[in-house]
Design a protein around this ligand. Structure first.
Ligand SMILES: Nc1ncnc2c1ncn2[C@@H]1O[C@H](COP(=O)(O)OP(=O)(O)OP(=O)(O)O)[C@@H](O)[C@H]1O
Ligand SMILES: [Mg+2]
Length: 375
């Protein structure tokens, strides 16, 4: 029997639940040609939601481009990946689209080869010295110029990574081109929200106020619990609604971790040929923490000594860390060095500030620290 839960990757039905309101609102924005900036902490389900949006828009006869900015390493690689996405939408008309791309983009020649199954594979070559800044613009303008006219949805995932690509001049070129577009709607998504929101909220940056900002929240815990119960049932196991609610609470309802822990629990229940109970849930959590230990140790090793001291102190007590008392209690040395350490931990999103409390963004990292260093 296959495990009914999936984590760490993009999910679709039957591993996907809810997001109906968010999806309806995104569809409306795309149809109204409003640009949207979608953000959330890591692993809340942005990419899965965007893939669903892509499928919905394709049903409405849109062409869709999905580009993950982690894959973009230069202007040229952007031009290749972007025009390949366009090519991939062309279906039977691929020859004509290939010709149009060649004619419309100076300095870039699209080439098609065929794999063993006879499927066309797209790549590009660049003519030395002929790739101009206008070439990038004309790649972006393809959605507006290709014939016959179509509506396009363009999704830029992990968009904050654009800042690494020769800085803001790439941003300027992108904005200069797409601000005139009439047939194309854009969704910009990312998890490093400081970096992402900086692009859209800082006056003086090219994308200042360019899109409507939408924060993706966690899924309603009652809906998530029902999802867990149903998936267990569909695979021949029974979990009580109370235990499902407990499972969700243990990982603070972070969608990826809910499915991760549920997968571990289901696996144990399957091996022991029993239905899950509270004791098995604890074992599943242990096993999940063991699996994540290497990853967390790598994060831990990357911290400075002062950051480690602060992380340990905050794992015991997470409010008002800059008071004299707090510093004395946890032997933290000068307050100014703790301030620097915390600023860096916030910027790296290991911590998040809520009121006077500093919370661990990843509840399992907190559990790992407590288990490994505090007992
Ligand atoms: N709608 C959903 N229903 C149930 N589980 C979900 C849903 N969306 C996401 N998940 C869970 O979260 C995991 C991560 O989803 P996804 O990759 O879409 O998130 P993300 O926000 O894009 O993550 P990242 O910040 O790493 O890019 C999935 O593998 C799945 O376990
Ligand atoms: Mg993602």
């Amino acid at each position: 029997m296959e495990n009914p839960f999936q984590y760490g990757k993009v999910v679709a039905e039957p591993y996907f639940t809810d997001r109906e309101t968010e999806l309806a609102s995104l569809i409306k924005d795309v149809e109204d040609r409003h640009n949207v900036v979608l953000h959330s902490p890591r692993r809340y389900g942005k990419t899965s939601l965007l893939c669903k949006l892509a499928a919905c828009m394709q049903e409405r006869d849109y062409n869709v481009i999905y580009l993950d900015f982690f894959r973009v390493t230069s202007r040229e690689s952007f031009m290749e990946l972007y025009s390949r996405e366009i090519f991939n939408q062309s279906g039977k008309r691929w020859k004509s689209v290939l010709k149009q791309i060649g004619a419309l983009v100076q300095g870039m020649r699209p080439v098609v080869s065929f794999d063993a199954q006879g499927k066309p594979k797209y790549s590009v070559t660049f003519e030395a010295g002929k790739v101009l800044s206008e070439s990038l613009e004309s790649v972006l303008d393809l959605t507006e110029k290709l014939d016959p006219p179509k509506r396009w949805l363009v999704i830029f995932d992990e968009f904050q990574e654009i800042a690494k690509l020769n800085g803001e001049s790439f941003e300027n070129a992108l904005r200069a081109a797409i601000q005139h577009h009439k047939r194309s709607s854009y969704v910009f998504s990312g998890s490093r929200h400081h970096l992402l929101l900086d692009i859209f909220n800082r006056p003086g940056r090219a994308f200042y106020r360019f899109g409507k900002v939408m924060q993706l929240a966690k899924i309603d815990p009652a809906i998530m619990a029902k999802f867990v119960v149903d998936r267990f049932k569909q695979s021949g196991k029974d979990i009580s609604p109370e235990l499902a609610a407990q499972l969700i609470e243990r990982v603070e309802n972070i969608p990826n971790y809910v499915q991760y822990l549920a997968a571990e629990l289901w696996q144990l229940a399957w091996q022991k040929n029993c239905d899950p109970d509270a004791a098995l849930l604890e074992r599943a959590l242990e096993s999940m923490l063991d699996n994540l230990a290497d990853f967390f140790l790598q994060i831990w090793d990357g911290l400075s000594l002062q950051q480690k001291r602060i992380v340990l102190a905050l794992s015991r007590e997470n409010t008002n860390p800059f008071s004299q008392d707090y510093h004395k209690r946890y032997r933290l040395g000068p307050i100014s060095s703790s301030q620097r350490a915390i600023q860096k931990l916030l910027a790296d999103q290991l911590l998040a500030k809520r009121g006077s409390a500093y919370e661990f963004s990843d509840p399992l990292f907190l559990l790992f620290i407590r288990k490994r260093f505090l007992v």
